[in-house]
Design a protein around this ligand. Sequence first.
Ligand SMILES: [Zn+2]
Ligand SMILES: [Zn+2]
Length: 154
Amino acid sequence: MSRRARGSGSGVKVTVGPGGRVLALSSAWAEDGAERRRRARLEQRCVECGRQLPSRRTPYCSKLCQYKFHGHYFWDAARIYVKRRDRYTCRGCGERRRSRELEVDHIVEIAQGGAALEYGNLQTLCRACHAAKTRAFRIARRPAVPAAPPAAAF
Ligand SMILES: [Zn+2]
Ligand SMILES: [Zn+2]
């Protein structure tokens, strides 16, 4: 299933990968996530969508709900879910592509306070559209060229 990123020690809530990307909310998964799955099994309702389950063996009604639920905690699973949700279609240019040719983008960049693992903030982009968006973001963030000295006061 989703590969667990290793935390760098106890008490670490969020595992951050290269480029400051959040990879896993490991402790939330172990605490809140485990509790939600336990309750879902007990009530025989899918932990993600609430649909009735045939048994208590698993808290998920489908593979898709499993990825979706894992994706609240793990970036790898979130990516898989978002590509499926978007039907493997780039939201920039509308092209449908193979999964490996698509990337999952934060609509509001994490650096600007965008949520890392919230589906409302994630979209599928092809590499070209993602690169163009990232470039535009970097340019926008570049410190402004110092303004010309103000014209002499009138
Ligand atoms: Zn479900
Ligand atoms: Zn595109």
